[in-house]
Design a protein around this ligand. Structure first.
Ligand SMILES: Cc1ncc(C[n+]2csc(CCOP(=O)(O)OP(=O)(O)O)c2C)c(N)n1
Ligand SMILES: [Mg+2]
Length: 337
């Protein structure tokens, strides 16, 4: 099973693997919604149903050691990059035996063993952090590695994001900016909050290599990110990729979808990226419907096993002393003295 980033050759198994990962992301999110409705999730959740092609295609084009930085809506990218879903599920349910000891939750998932440096609940905040990783790659001359930050159309107007694009261009940092344009920032559409919502134009003043792609086409996303990675590594400078998709999930727990119509959501559900990719694989004779049904079943089983694992773990239970130790490092204590 392989995808060769340089020759762009996709093995038959990898075509299936992409579908597997998209369904895994989708089922992970829908299971979380169910658990939330049962009162088993503390705090809010930002799910990425509808954005599966974008998150899976982007991360499938990267290597294990590439760094990724995600957002408040970051489960999908972390799963796509290879994070252990049992550990993330346990983390979100506030359990031990989890990615962050059950105290980080949905917006603070990490999986450093596969390059998931972190997600961030502050809109736009992971973008400047990703520049630090890119600067490390550059200064230490680490070969074959890039830093990739994901952010939304809402974050795109943050000062820190625009400043990061400028600095990346000025210092030619090995970074790829992936702007996921999913139709809304909470309830605000890009054209309501942006003087020019054609975000790819923002590459020009900062000397980023521009890419604009249908984010619901997993293969197009895969090729685009692979191409951008190649350009960054060849010294052509940083890249900005705008991926156009649609958030089918509500913004978060409290969303009653009052800013959009049921018809609008249903149109997108009818032609969601998983269905599009499944139809593509069948109509082009790659696989039969039954074979893909088996892919779906095994992805569902993996998610169910993750839920059972997470529910079987004890709740995170940490004393105040340990919490304080985690907030203030020894270094910090020394500097304060
Ligand atoms: C600095 C900051 N401002 C506001 C918020 C509240 N907030 C959380 S998500 C969000 C919308 C972000 O929209 P976008 O960047 O398009 O990402 P999406 O939610 O669509 O994935 C807002 C305003 C926040 N978390 N951080
Ligand atoms: Mg958005």
């Amino acid at each position: 099973m392989s995808y060769d980033v340089l020759t762009r050759e996709i093995s038959n198994d990898f075509y299936k693997e992409l579908l597997y990962r998209m369904i895994k992301v989708n089922r992970f999110e829908t299971e979380l919604l169910r658990l939330q409705n049962e009162g088993k999730v503390h705090g809010t959740l930002h799910l990425c149903v509808g954005e599966e092609a974008s998150v899976v295609g982007s991360t499938a084009a990267l290597k294990k050691d590439d760094y990724i930085f995600t957002t408040h809506r970051g489960h999908g990218e972390s799963i796509g990059k290879g994070a252990d879903i049992r550990l993330i599920m346990a983390e979100i349910l506030g359990k031990t035996g989890s990615s962050n000891r059950g105290i980080g939750g949905s917006m603070h998932v990490t999986a450093p063993e596969v390059g998931v440096v972190g997600s961030n609940g502050v809109v736009g905040a992971s973008v400047p952090i990703s520049l630090g990783a890119a600067l490390t790659i550059k200064l230490k001359k680490i070969p074959d590695r890039v830093s990739v930050c994901f952010f939304g159309d809402g974050a795109a107007n943050q000062g820190a994001v625009l400043e990061s694009m400028n600095l990346a261009g000025a210092w030619k940092l090995p970074v790829i900016f992936v702007l996921i344009e999913n139709g809304y920032a909470v309830s605000t559409r890009p054209e309501e909050a942006s003087a020019d919502p054609d975000f790819v134009k923002r590459a020009m003043p900062f000397k980023l290599n521009p890419f604009d792609v249908d984010g619901d086409d997993v293969l197009k996303v895969l090729y685009t990110v692979a191409k951008a990675r190649e350009m960054v590594l060849s010294g052509a400078g940083p890249c900005l990729i705008v991926e156009h998709t649609y958030r089918i999930s509500g913004h978060s727990r409290s969303d009653v979808n009052s800013y959009r119509s049921t018809e609008e959501i249903e149109t997108h559900i009818k032609n969601d990226p998983i269905k599009r990719y499944t139809d593509y694989l069948i109509s082009n004779g790659f696989f039969g419907a039954e074979e893909l049904e088996a892919v779906k079943r095994s992805a569902e089983e993996e998610v169910k096993a993750a839920v059972s694992y997470a529910l079987s773990r004890p709740d995170a239970d940490m004393g105040a002393e340990e919490l304080e130790r985690l907030v203030y490092s020894d270094d910090h204590d020394r500097r304060a003295l």
